[in-house]
Design a protein around this ligand. Structure first.
Ligand SMILES: [Zn+2]
Length: 175
């Protein structure tokens, strides 16, 4: 299984430059000035006039780099890379949706496929299940158990009704 590690870089602040943001370039990662006693410890690698201290960054509403961009997925060291063929749009959407857990998701999916203990429901059927509030296997199983219980309750009720009819018949009711 792969694991998640944080390859934090000491020279990066993981805060986005508010000056560049205001210039229409929102993704510039500020650098940390690690010199002891630096008055403005955050410096922009793009524009030398963008230097800030923490209070200024707060006042300017500087955004943190999203954690999903910092946490890089580290594949299982025993694993190997293989070439597979996908449409570029599929790969891009998969990476967006499973950012930081791309490799573990693929590995888990492939292992489940091999095991055969696997059920894929997609498209219209999945939409119908979701419309009924069934979003995962536990909910679907609970619904099936509920139906089975209803059926057995109905059988019990029918059996009681049948017995009642016999008693009434024996008592000459309706004749
Ligand atoms: Zn800047």
């Amino acid at each position: 299984m792969s694991s998640l590690v944080r390859p934090l870089n000491d020279s990066l602040a993981y805060i986005l430059c508010p000056g560049c943001r205001d210039n229409g370039n929102p993704n510039v990662n500020l650098q940390r000035d690690n010199a002891i006693g630096a008055r403005s410890p955050f410096r922009c690698p793009v524009n030398a006039s963008h230097v800030y201290d923490g209070a200024q960054l707060t006042a300017l509403g500087a955004a943190m780099v999203p954690a999903s961009e910092i946490v890089m997925e580290q594949p299982d060291p025993r694993s190997m890379a293989y070439k597979i063929f996908l449409l570029p749009a599929t790969w891009e959407r998969f990476n967006q949706k499973f950012k930081g857990r791309v490799h573990i998701t693929i590995a888990t999916l492939l292992e489940a496929l091999i095991d055969g203990q696997f059920l894929i429901i997609t498209g219209e059927d999945a939409a119908k299940l979701k419309a009924k509030g069934l979003n995962n296997s536990q909910q679907i199983l609970a619904a099936l158990d509920g139906i089975a219980k209803l059926e057995s309750d109905l059988e019990t009720a029918n059996a009681r009704l049948g017995r009642l009819m016999e008693i009434m018949k024996a008592a000459g009711a309706g004749t």
